[in-house]
Design a binder for this molecule. Structure first.
Ligand SMILES: [Zn+2]
Length: 267
């Protein structure tokens, strides 16, 4: 556990250190730059325009106007926590490795969220609407968690102080961008994808051992599947048994589009 915790500290410190690098390099991030002048401007919120000025840095000079203060009693895992009133919050737009399934970096993801949220005041904002309209079928609130950075992190970023934990998890390589199939993509979806690409390029967290590979996709599916033989675009995965027009692509291309590894054949 000790080594895990220090590994988490390293990840978190790397993450903080890299913010200035992210800021510079984000200007060259192809996936983000191509989109940022087009469909990523939301004029309905002055907070988002501030976000865009700071490019990909997940550290913000202010909170979104709609954010409300809560107190976090407990962190359940990387993307789920409990408030003082017993309501559960699921961080929206991201998916962290599963603790129950002992997936790699599940502990680190939990420690990351715990470090910023456990026993602390947190601020919650929603993609749109309010706490009554943002619940999943488990009754969990779906939102973005904001925390006030303290200490060294604040000093080193003299004009900024707010971290969106959802984005921070992705930037630290401890969560994948996630959008349940059929649901509307969160309003900072492109930004999350840009952070995920940078985390991969910097080999943060779970991306340390990432190896580019050819994977199989369908024309419209959100998942990509294992390819055993690049000379033969076929798969034994049960989810592909009826699929046609299978195609081989690079795994990074899939991640950049927000696709996720098939839970059946890629885990
Ligand atoms: Zn599969």
């Amino acid at each position: 556990m000790g080594s895990c915790l220090s590994a988490v500290d390293d990840v978190v410190n790397d993450f903080i250190d890299q913010q200035s690098r992210y800021y510079q390099e984000s200007k060259n991030a192809k996936s983000y730059a191509a989109k940022k002048n087009d469909n990523n401007t939301d004029t309905s919120s002055s907070h988002l325009s501030v976000v865009l000025k700071s490019d990909l840095s997940p550290i913000y000079p202010s909170l979104p106007k709609s954010a409300k203060k809560y107190h976090c009693r407990n962190v359940y895992d990387g993307d789920t926590l409990t408030l003082d009133d017993d309501s559960r919050v699921r961080l929206i737009g991201v998916d962290t490795p599963e603790l129950k399934e002992k997936q790699p970096f599940a502990i680190e993801a939990k420690e990351y969220t715990k470090k910023y949220c456990h026993g602390r005041d947190i601020w919650l904002s929603f993609d749109s609407g309010d706490s009554t309209t943002n619940k999943d079928h488990y009754g969990r609130l779906l939102g973005f968690i904001w925390v006030d950075l303290e200490g060294d992190a604040r000093k080193s970023k003299n004009c900024t102080q707010w971290l969106c934990v959802n984005e921070g998890l992705v930037a630290a390589g401890l969560a994948n961008v996630y959008s349940p199939s059929g649901s509307k993509k969160v309003n900072n979806y492109d930004k999350l994808l840009g952070l995920q690409t940078l985390a991969r390029e910097h080999k943060c967290g779970q991306w340390k051992s990432y190896k580019e590979q050819k994977v199989i996709v369908t024309p419209s599916g959100g998942a990509f599947h294992k390819c055993e033989d690049t000379n033969n675009v076929a798969s034994d995965c049960k989810h592909l048994s009826r699929s046609k027009n299978l195609k081989l692509v690079d795994s990074s291309e899939c991640y950049d589009k927000g696709m996720h590894p098939c839970r059946h054949c890629m885990s």
